[in-house]
Design a protein around this ligand. Structure first.
Ligand SMILES: O=C(O)CCC(=O)C(=O)O
Ligand SMILES: [Fe+2]
Length: 246
């Protein structure tokens, strides 16, 4: 789908059926170029890891996070935050989010996730545990660059898995039946239900990043994504610990 046939009602239906949505060309190229410049300049060519080493090794997920809109972060700059604020305030994005989540949804601070060349990407996971179907986050992922199969860093999802409960145990990165590979382009918006099973393929280009504007329905605890479900463990970020081996 691309933004020319933007029809919120059919998008909402498709989101709830499939557990995800892909809209190419959602953001114009010049808007993406500005965000891309800020992200490149923040990370530079060789950024250091911030997660615990044990997490990186065990989770098979190699990302370096940045929260450009969070004023509590030591590297916060209002003018940089403004670039991300304006993406978030896009009226079509706001309307589509409300149509999916209902009134009084709330945004979480955006997170940019950077991965270096030759790293594994992100293992199969669910952003939050799926026991209660009404408790979830919505990922609104924005891509400022195109990614082809040669670049790696593509997003893989299992359609309808937001209704299939806990991600099964198994290999962290294997191909699964019915998986769909999404190749983001400049300006692509991917909406992903937090219970949908997803992963990111290994990074073959020089680097790869995505920007995630997470949002939640009314009444969702702010730390909804503190516990992430992987095929080999449940991991809690706030205490940096494996809370369940699988
Ligand atoms: O980087 C991506 O494309 C996917 C990110 C992801 O899994 C997430 O934000 O939860
Ligand atoms: Fe995720």
């Amino acid at each position: 789908m691309n933004s020319d046939n933007f029809d919120p009602r059919s998008l909402v239906r498709s989101f709830w059926e499939q557990g995800y949505l892909v809209i190419h060309d959602f953001f114009p190229e010049h808007v993406m170029a500005e965000a891309d410049r800020e992200i490149r300049s923040y990370f530079g060519d060789d950024p250091a890891y911030r997660h615990e080493e044990a997490f990186l090794a065990r989770s098979k997920t190699e990302v370096i996070p940045w929260f450009p809109q969070n004023p509590e972060m030591p590297d916060y700059l209002p003018e940089v935050a403004g670039v991300f604020d304006s993406l978030e305030q896009d009226s079509r994005l706001v309307d589509l989010t409300g149509a999916i989540l209902g009134d009084a949804w709330s945004p979480l601070y955006s997170m940019v996730m950077f991965s270096r060349k030759g790293t594994v990407g992100q293992a199969w996971h669910q952003d939050c545990p799926p026991e209660d179907s009404s408790r979830f986050n919505l990922n609104r992922l924005v891509y400022t660059r195109s990614l082809s199969p040669d670049d790696g860093g593509e997003v893989v999802v299992i359609p309808c898995s937001h209704r299939k409960g806990m991600l099964p145990t198994g290999e962290t990165h294997e191909d699964l039946e019915n998986q769909v590979v999404i190749s983001p382009r400049v300006g692509t918006l991917v909406m992903l239900h937090g219970h949908t099973w997803h992963r990111v393929t290994p990074i073959k280009s020089d680097f790869r990043f995505s920007t995630n504007f997470r949002a939640c329905p009314q009444g969702t605890p702010e730390n909804i994504t503190d516990i992430c479900v992987y095929r080999n463990m449940l991991y809690r970020f706030s205490t940096a610990e494996v809370i369940e081996e699988r």
